[in-house]
Design a binder for this molecule. Structure first.
Ligand code: MN3
Length: 254
């Protein structure tokens, strides 16, 4: 099989009572696992079977292949959601992430208010995300399987607001579910790690970063060549002329 179900970063009952074992059994064991199975069936025998999950998402998004895109993106989104929570979560962020949250939302309460509003305002199935876009934190909501991974912004945290994420524990009360998510299991350590990642936030950014690194290395090569040419020049006959010019310039300054 090309793609595996990524392991849960904690036990299925570790987030209770915010999220019950029963919800995790369905959400991870049936929904997430189901996306992995459907993705494997869809890419079986094709070139995509050897690609990374991020490459498959990007390729399917560009090609408009919704069957592959939906399952691949949902595999990635759910893995990111599990990591966005922790049994030791809650509290508040610190360091650079806390400062960025202050800048963007006027503080943690402002962040929670905006995140909650995006999560509850999402009509139907989807996701709420904290992302970084060109150094600035933003909150975005995406529909169905849509993921910031295909755009410019780097995902920092997410909350699944499909009904299957909360119905067993909260019935139709999405607001209580998201308020609980923001209060307890939210994993600020993971968010801080994501925030600190340079150029590896998403597929598009990673590709851009690698291209930039390669251009920089090529440029570095050119600079080294120029330096060698200059060194050759001053070690030859031009060296006398250069020294002469230097002395005249120095005399002129006196
Ligand atoms: Mn889900």
């Amino acid at each position: 099989m090309a793609f595996d179900l990524p392991p849960l970063p904690y036990e299925k009952d570790a987030l209770a009572p915010a999220i019950s074992r029963e919800t995790m059994e369905y959400h991870y064991g049936k929904h997430h696992a189901g996306y992995v199975d459907k993705l494997n069936n869809a890419v079986d025998g094709s070139d995509l079977a050897d690609k990374s999950l991020e490459e498959v998402i990007h390729h399917a998004a560009k090609a408009g292949d919704s069957g592959i895109f939906n399952n691949a993106a949902q595999v990635w989104n759910h893995d990111f959601f599990w990591k966005s929570m922790s049994p030791d979560g809650g509290g508040s962020p610190d360091g650079a992430l806390a400062r960025a949250i202050d800048d963007a939302f006027g503080g943690l309460d402002g962040f929670k208010e905006k995140f909650l509003s995006a999560a509850t305002g999402q009509f139907g199935s989807g996701w709420a995300w904290l992302v970084e876009n060109k150094g600035q934190l933003e909150i975005v909501a995406t529909q169905n399987a849509e993921t910031p991974l295909t755009g410019e912004a780097k995902p920092i945290l997410c909350c699944d607001v499909w009904e299957h994420a909360y119905y067993l524990d909260y019935q139709n009360d999405r607001k209580s579910f998201v308020e609980t998510f923001l209060d307890k299991p939210i994993n600020w350590d993971f968010a801080a790690e994501r925030f600190a990642l340079e150029g590896e936030g998403n597929y598009a950014a990673a590709a851009e970063y690698r291209a930039g690194q390669e251009a920089f290395a090529a440029d570095d090569q050119r600079v080294a060549e120029k330096a060698r040419e200059a060194a050759d020049a001053v070690s030859g006959a031009d060296a006398d002329a250069l020294e002469d010019a230097r002395q005249r310039a120095a005399a002129g300054r006196r």
